[in-house]
Design a binder for this molecule. Sequence first.
Ligand code: OOB
Length: 536
Amino acid sequence: MGDYYPADFAARYRAAGYWTDETFARFLPDAAARFGDAEALVGTDHAGERVRLSYRDLDAAAARTATTLREAGIVAGDRVIVQFPNITDYVTALFGVFRLGAVPVFALPAHRRSEISHFAEVSGAKAYLTVGVHARFDHRQLAREVVRQHPLTVLVADPDPQEFTALAPGREPTGPADPDPEDLAFLQLSGGTTGMSKLIPRTHADYLYSVRESAAICGLGPDTRMLVVLPAAHNFPMSSPGILGVLHAGGTVVLGPDPSPSAAFALIESEQITATALVPPLAMLWLRSRPLIDADLSSLQVLQVGGAKFPEEAARRVRDELGCSLQQVFGMAEGLVNYTRADDPEELVLTSQGRPISPDDEVRVVDDGGAPVPEGEPGHLLTRGPYTIRGYLGGVDAESFDTEGFYRTGDIVRRLPTGHLVVEGRAKDQINRGGEKIAAEEVENHLVAHPDVVDAALIAVPDSLLGERSCAVVLATDPPTAAGLREFLTARGVAAYKVPDRFEFVAEYPTTGVGKISRRELRRRLGDALAIADES
Ligand code: OOB
């Protein structure tokens, strides 16, 4: 059994019925037994072919993919990096890995050599599952670069896997493994604040509890038809309630490769979609585009928005302009997920980010010194509970967890008397670029590797569409150009969304009392500069 939670807490979560014997190895076999011929998954495969799979078909495809993985040498407990766009091969590969009792490491399609190599190193991954070409980028070339440093077995969902193994269903099925429900099920990625992003160990029992409860809170059932346009491996579309919630409840997952309004609206109409999840910039784009696109969206009952703060003005437009209700979702890959509920008063749905899933989610809102703030006042959000991690992979760090095991989210929130949370800001050194998280230090480390860069600070600047964009404030001897630095970062294999949106070159930094770079002062100065630029 894994030691992911203290024994007394684990016993309590079991006794409360939160943690059960269910595991991801048996997830699809169980769903196939319950839902058989019902439609489970709709989408396109790696070849662009339209695919419709029943629960039975999907389970069979995963069972045969597991055979391919097994023949490639993957066994229970192995870590396997999984990097896919929103295609049906992702789901069969993922459940193939689960079936073997192997442990997926979830990469995003945007990740490049820097990130994939890092995941390989810290997870000790044995294999890497990916596609051939996606969005004009050849993942086989990426794999080739990664395996130079890390000896990974690479399987590629493409008829031409080149020197790698083809990821396709094998001839025979492989039966499900029998992992311990309290053991590691997969590794999720943290948005990160320091260095490279840390890996988040989630267990079968803790995660499946959040999946089941999320599905119940969101009222999912066999009639649910959910469109997934956000990157499918992110925690929000994966489990809040996402792909896993829908498949647990017997509904249909429709994978959309393209979140643009024209593509998504067409799918909503043709697939009779009832629910979908977006980050705020996409929700705002959908709102703006609604009058311009002729599509029948009447099947859509609920739009979930999360990953970053949804501006209230936009929230107020959802019902009238998209003709569906809004659900706000405030979650984190480390655990805690909050939802506004269907029967919440409208004002709470529009102005809060919801309340926790579980009655045993412990929430503390504290001041800088760690003392609780009065109810309704902003403070640091700390949390502990039946599906929130107690430490990252590789051990507890005192910065992220307090002595009682509470996770320091880095978010500043207010808690209302109803238990709903309102996100007011952030204390962590992270940029939230429309839901995509960028750890300032990670990008700064890449920048200071440039021979002309003395020091660098990455800060968030407000943006009307993305909420925030990133700006690198660079101290350099012989200032390189912004274009030169962008190229430098790209050549280092950094994902495009982490490359700063703008660069400012300075001769010195404002410092704090203790001599650290004052990001607040940088933001203020930059804010002034931007305001002046806007006026001119
Ligand atoms: C989700 O997960 P992560 O791990 O990518 O990012 C978590 C962080 C939170 O700590 C917070 O800073 C921010 O993203 N965040 C929000 C938010 N939802 C997430 N900030 C303001 N308002 C919101 N509604 O982003 C995630 C995981 C599961 C479900 C939904 C989102």
